[in-house]
Design a protein around this ligand. Structure first.
Ligand code: HEM
Length: 162
């Protein structure tokens, strides 16, 4: 798992990081515009997910946008955010996020950015896919650790077998 995130960091060249930052600046100028488009895309692609989110998405949109902004700002050293992203991923287990939902979320975010962008290219799309993958990999690692901790706790409660 550790190898996975290192790999992403290595593949994202400084040029790719710069392109993502410029692209993000273009779509995130207005508050909540990207986030609301993201949730729209997500619920269109995966309507069943709507039920696990709160009815009013306003504050969640703000949180989501802040999290994405933080990662994009630190994209050159995403390792620094790894622990926080792992914690966020562990919380997500309790909200009902499954690994495959992250792929749906990644594609929804790409679709949202694309829809709001003045210019788009296959290369930019690949860079975005890479950047979002560098967010979701540590989140999934955190989810896996959370599950392992549960297993550990449960096994610690088993009676000793001679
Ligand atoms: C790119 C990946 C994702 C990021 C960056 C992200 C970010 C966040 C953030 C920052 C919060 C707010 C946390 C808080 O209030 O403390 C949140 C909440 C939540 N997220 Fe995500 N998320 C992602 C993917 C997903 C996925 C794949 C699902 C499941 C379909 C999901 C479902 C939820 C739910 C249900 C909540 C809580 C809503 C509530 O307050 O009840 N998220 N997410």
């Amino acid at each position: 798992m550790i190898v996975g995130s290192h790999l992403i960091v290595r593949i994202m060249t400084p040029d790719a990081v710069a392109q993502i930052k410029a692209s993000y600046a273009g779509v995130a100028a207005l508050p909540r515009r990207l986030a609301s488009r993201f949730y729209e895309e997500l619920f269109t692609a995966a309507p069943a997910l709507r039920a696990i989110f709160p009815g009013d998405l306003t504050s969640l949109q703000g949180h989501f946008e802040a999290a994405v902004a933080l990662v994009i700002r630190n994209l050159d050293e995403v390792q620094a955010l790894r622990e926080s992203l792992r914690e966020l991923g562990a919380q997500h287990v309790h909200w009902g996020a499954r690994p495959e939902d992250y792929v749906a979320a990644r594609e929804a975010l790409i679709a949202a950015v694309r829809a709001l962008s003045a210019a788009w290219s296959d290369t930019l799309e690949q860079h975005w896919r890479m950047a979002i993958t560098s967010i979701i990999v540590p989140m999934l690692e955190g989810a896996a650790v959370d599950t392992a901790v549960w297993a550990e706790r449960l096994s610690a409660r088993l009676p000793e077998i001679e």
